[in-house]
Write a protein that binds this ligand. Structure first.
Ligand code: KIV
Length: 275
């Protein structure tokens, strides 16, 4: 098979400081996951701002029940594959389960995901003290960090399943404090997953860094979905916060373009995708 070189984009490259400017200008940031070169190219051609190599690949690519079996080697492999399909789209890669168990492992993960994988930023779940230390250590070494709070999938066993977080006032206040802490530690971006819309909005207003929602309501600075969910090809039930953008369209390219348009116009997420 002949894979065309996509490095011909006429778009201005999306940068880490550029994301903050998008928040300041009120421009919605469109994020979508990708795990290989061909789909990365589809994201690039559709003008997606950020491609995320999520450890969700453990579920939608590898067929596991959670993200926990994903290793750093897996993440580096898929990140490098996605990087080969991108040009202007910014690339973020997940630090997988336990690769952030202390600062030195987090630094090793960051070095490999950026150095070997070609990511511009790494994403880390949670706000425990060792995670705050890792965010600071990575940021100090010029590896930008995206934090991830709310329904953090690597904590599935602690939560007793993939459960919405921050429903009660006390829990919501705790998530807000965590968001302020990851920002203070140096995070340049925050993914808020699976929280009530009111909390998504509260966190977005409280932070100066952009907040990207997934099941966090319409008032975030941008949205992210898992590619397989938004193409309607994830086995089993589609999560409430996702939407099948391929339904009624005749190509993957059209589905991804529709997702980008709906995020930018504010049409997605609609009330039925929110908590
Ligand atoms: O792994 C992933 O795809 C993610 C997104 C759901 C935000 O973390």
């Amino acid at each position: 098979m002949y894979v065309q070189n996509p490095n011909v984009s006429v778009r201005k490259p999306v940068t880490v400081p550029g994301l903050r400017a998008m928040k300041a200008d009120g421009r919605q940031i469109v994020v979508l996951t990708a795990y290989d070169t061909s789909f990365a190219w589809q994201l690039e051609m559709a003008g997606i701002d950020v491609a995320l190599v999520g450890d969700s690949l453990g579920m939608v690519v590898q067929g596991h029940r959670s993200t926990l079996p994903v290793t750093l080697d897996h993440m580096v492999y898929h990140t490098a594959a996605v990087a080969r399909g991108l040009s202007a789209t910014l690339l973020i890669a997940d630090v997988p389960f336990m690769s952030d168990r202390d600062v030195s492992h987090a630094l090793e993960a960051g070095a490999r995901l950026v150095g070997e994988g070609g990511a511009a930023m790494v994403k880390i779940e949670g706000a425990a003290p060792h995670i705050l230390d890792a965010i600071k250590a990575l940021t100090d070494r010029a590896i930008p960090v995206c934090a991830h709070l709310g329904l953090t999938p690597q904590s599935v066993h602690k939560f007793g399943g993939f459960r919405i977080q921050g429903r009660e006032q006390e829990a919501a206040d705790r998530v807000l404090q965590e968001a302020l802490a990851v920002e203070a530690a140096g995070a340049a971006l925050l993914v808020m997953e699976g929280v009530p819309s009111a909390l998504g909005e509260r966190v977005t207003q409280a932070l100066s860094i952009p907040v990207i929602g997934i099941g966090a309501g319409p008032r975030c600075d941008g949205q992210v979905l898992v590619l397989h969910d938004m193409l309607g090809i994830t086995p089993g039930k589609r999560p409430k916060f996702s939407k099948d953008f391929l339904a009624g369209r005749d190509s993957v390219a059209a589905a991804i373009a529709a997702y980008a348009e709906d995020v930018r116009s504010g049409a997605f997420p609609a009330p039925e995708h929110c908590f």
